[in-house]
Design a protein around this ligand. Structure first.
Ligand code: NAD
Length: 538
């Protein structure tokens, strides 16, 4: 147990952030919902109402797509894609750069929508604008480089001229969750469009307005309207209908659903990238700057109320600095202001749904009953909104508790102490997941050496998650049960293409010719092979 002082022990109570004056109802009026809803490909009369997490009041009444609408969406997308693939890549990429500028200019509109649909604090909603803009700039500037034809060594030097090209897959099925509604539709859709594809996107119904807004903006930036189809509806019905028709699937969501999507895609022999869950670890080494590490831990654990796939839920601290670190981390966490204002100022917002709140409460209550100690937080805050839960630090968590190994996807972190680096690395790796991790040390070189031994797709040294996620020129994704494939970087766009090799043979065929006997041909090629190796050909 910790030896932190009496003042830092016990639940405490996070202050409320000042209100912002504007209400969700005034920021997202019915007229806006009606306009955005026209972007859904749906022909029936079925509708579904979403709820604003800040208040629990109705937010949007959205049309629901059926399987026939998914079919229509694919037909429209397929037709639009034929023409789009013929547009030179520089012109396609220019749409992304215009989108970048429009997004920055009109960010307040989407910040309101993201907050209204997810309940996150405005600064956390801004994270999405930031990462979407980074992806737009990166692929806007780099798509033509990633996609250009590349000269490769031919079967026979000089006689075989070989080019490797990249062709669009066709129509991408893009299925996204509710936690980062702008980022997780745009950062995958943009490289897909730049590579010459169309997209049929199924966002989560709860956050469909944000995706619909992004689609409108991209059309304003020059994207042909039919190229991005949005279908909204029940996940287990509409999701499989998308996977059944897609030429490639880009899925972000839970490991459980990801497995199902992978099986369906495999049966059709189409590729899929799967960005799934995590139980991410942070290591605070003995030489870490504890003030920076504590501040970093607050960001890494409680950003978007912990509803972030790469956020930290397991925190390993070297025993020699554990008390000093915890005193800082707990004290800082207690000062976090919780609020639902549609303005900057709150340090954390609400959870997005009753279901999320249920999981968080279950994990914490179960752990406490089994002997875990709440260092701070641990309470719902119904006076702030129906799904608010305090940022929570647990100590004394053991493997029997669900919070130890299952993804909570909420503002809850468990503390563990270690004596040696080996022990910390082993504990961090002892999970089937492998999404993100974080190492804190004053010695950057040591940090990178530890990082290389962690089994996660991204590792951040002296940062929780943002340094790696924001490095959009470099791949991001999960090892193990955290996923297959990567977004960002070369892999983030090349996954939406088929490689095609075009080889033209000149002068002589790759067979006996010009009266050459088969024996002479074999002898000639044997000599040529030896020579090619000797001169260093690859
Ligand atoms: P989820 O798997 O329940 O849903 C994700 C999407 O899949 C939704 O649009 C849903 O409607 C749809 N869906 C549901 N059933 C389906 C089916 N049978 N076939 C096809 N699609 C179906 O996940 P969630 O709860 O919405 O999202 C939270 C999860 O997403 C967490 O586990 C989180 O870690 C993960 N996530 C991962 C990343 C990443 O980049 N690795 C990013 C964000 C979230």
């Amino acid at each position: 147990m910790t030896d932190i002082t009496a003042e830092t022990r016990g639940p405490g109570r996070n202050p409320a952030a000042p209100g912002a004056g504007r209400t969700v109802a005034s920021a997202v009026p019915r007229s806006l919902v009606a306009r955005l809803a026209r972007g859904v490909t749906a022909s029936g009369t079925e509708r579904q109402e979403t709820v604003a997490p800040f208040t629990g009041e109705p937010l949007a009444d959205l049309p629901q797509s059926g399987v026939a609408d998914v079919e229509t969406a694919f037909e429209l997308a397929r037709r639009a894609q034929q023409a789009w693939a013929a547009v030179p890549v520089q012109r396609r990429a220019a749409v992304l750069l215009r989108f970048h500028d429009l997004l920055l200019k009109r960010q307040d509109e989407v910040l309101d929508l993201i907050q209204a649909e997810t309940g996150k604090a405005r600064l956390h909603a801004f994270d999405e604008v930031l990462s979407a803009a980074l992806a737009a700039r990166h692929y806007g500037r780099s798509a033509s480089g990633y996609l250009r034809d590349r000269r490769r060594g031919g079967a026979v030097p000089v006689l075989t001229h070989t080019l490797e090209g990249r062709r669009p897959k066709g129509v991408i099925g893009l299925i996204s969750p509710w936690n980062f509604p702008l980022e997780l539709s745009v950062s995958d859709a943009l490289p897909a469009f730049a590579a010459g594809n169309a997209v049929v996107n199924k966002p989560d119904t709860q956050t469909a307005l944000t995706a619909l807004w992004a689609r409108e903006l991209l059309i304003e930036a020059g994207l042909p309207a039919d190229l991005w189809q949005i279908v909204v509806g029940d996940g287990p019905v509409v999701g499989p209908a998308v996977v059944e028709r897609a030429d490639y699937v880009s899925f972000t969501g839970s490991t459980r659903t990801g497995r199902e999507v992978a099986q369906r895609a495999a049966a059709r022999l189409v590729g899929a990238s799967l960005e799934l869950g995590g139980k991410n670890a942070m290591l605070v080494l003995a030489d870490a700057d504890l003030d920076r590490a504590a501040e970093g831990a607050v960001r890494a654990c409680f950003r978007s109320a912990g509803q972030l796939c790469i956020s930290i839920e397991r925190l390993y601290v070297h025993r020699s600095v554990a008390d000093a670190f915890l005193a800082r981390f707990v004290a800082r966490t207690r000062t976090m202001r919780l609020g639902s204002g549609l303005a900057y100022g709150a340090d954390m917002g609400s959870l997005t749904s009753a279901k999320q709140l249920e999981t968080v409460v279950r994990h914490v209550e179960e752990a406490v009953k089994a002997g875990a100690e709440v260092l701070t937080g641990g309470q719902t805050r119904p006076e702030l909104g129906p799904f608010f839960f305090e940022p929570t630090i647990l100590d004394g968590v053991t493997p029997q508790m669900a919070v130890c190994e299952e993804e909570t996807f909420g503002p809850v972190v468990s503390i563990y102490r270690f004596d040696t680096e080996e022990e910390a690395i082993e504990a961090a790796n002892a999970t089937p997941y492998g999404l993100n991790s974080s190492v804190w040390t004053r010695d950057q070189r040591r940090g990178r050496a530890v990082a290389a031994r962690l089994h996660t797709g991204t590792v951040n040294v002296n940062e929780g998650y943002a340094a790696a996620y924001g490095s959009v020129a470099s791949p991001m994704g999960g090892m193990g049960e955290s996923g297959v494939g990567r977004r960002h970087g070369a892999e983030g766009i090349l996954r939406f293409t088929e490689a095609q090799t075009i080889a033209s043979q000149r002068v002589m065929p790759l067979a006996p010719a010009f009266g050459l006997s088969e024996e002479r041909f074999a002898a000639l090629f044997t000599r040529a092979l030896r020579m090619a190796k000797a001169v260093g050909l690859k």
